[in-house]
Ligand binder design. Sequence first.
Ligand SMILES: CC(C)(COP(=O)(O)OP(=O)(O)OC[C@H]1O[C@@H](n2cnc3c(N)ncnc32)[C@H](O)[C@@H]1OP(=O)(O)O)[C@@H](O)C(=O)NCCC(=O)NCCS
Length: 187
Amino acid sequence: MEELKHCGTILIETNRLILKKIENADAEDMFLNFAHDDRVSRYMSWDSFKTVEDSIKWINEWQDEYNKEDVYYWGIYLKSSHKLIGTIYLLTESTVSKVGSLSYCLGFDYWGNGYVYEAVETVVDFAFNKVGYNRVEAYHAKSNLQSARVLQKVGMKKERTLRQRCKTHNGYEDCIYYSILKSEFKS
Ligand SMILES: CC(C)(COP(=O)(O)OP(=O)(O)OC[C@H]1O[C@@H](n2cnc3c(N)ncnc32)[C@H](O)[C@@H]1OP(=O)(O)O)[C@@H](O)C(=O)NCCC(=O)NCCS
């Protein structure tokens, strides 16, 4: 059986963005641009960072992970300013069935520009056509309609609702699961 062709968190360029490994020098941008902000963290698995030290710790932990070929955690950087404005993570859910899952976040000041859509579309293309996944999944809390819209725009199909599957700043929330198959994705 053909295996996934892992290549690690390589640099990827889109029209307006650069996706690449996050470096220690980005700690302040990470903190100021998104990690300190409850509006961003409320749907994520982490609490808002309190100080830049939290960013430094977070980034340090990822440096070891970055040595692994099967780890895909990109910083989302604006080409125009080279600033770190968000993150996108592709996690292998099943090596045998070649399933990956996606999560992402973007600094509040940058919402409404389609940046995450641009990043997600590019990472889905990477997942199917570079690494060789057959299915990419993502989910959003029921109240997170912006995230739903990003997934729909990329061509993901809604599959099921899991009751109170995630804890957000609103408390336990139902989660809506989406997926896209390699055969459905137009690169
Ligand atoms: C989810 C997130 C990344 C989206 O960022 P974004 O791409 O800049 O989002 P946008 O503001 O451009 O919205 C994307 C789409 O949602 C639509 N939208 C925005 N607010 C909406 C709302 N309240 N209801 C319905 N749709 C909405 C926008 O119109 C846009 O669709 P369009 O391009 O067809 O017009 C960003 O909101 C974020 O980082 N949130 C916090 C972290 C998070 O929720 N991560 C995802 C966890 S599942």
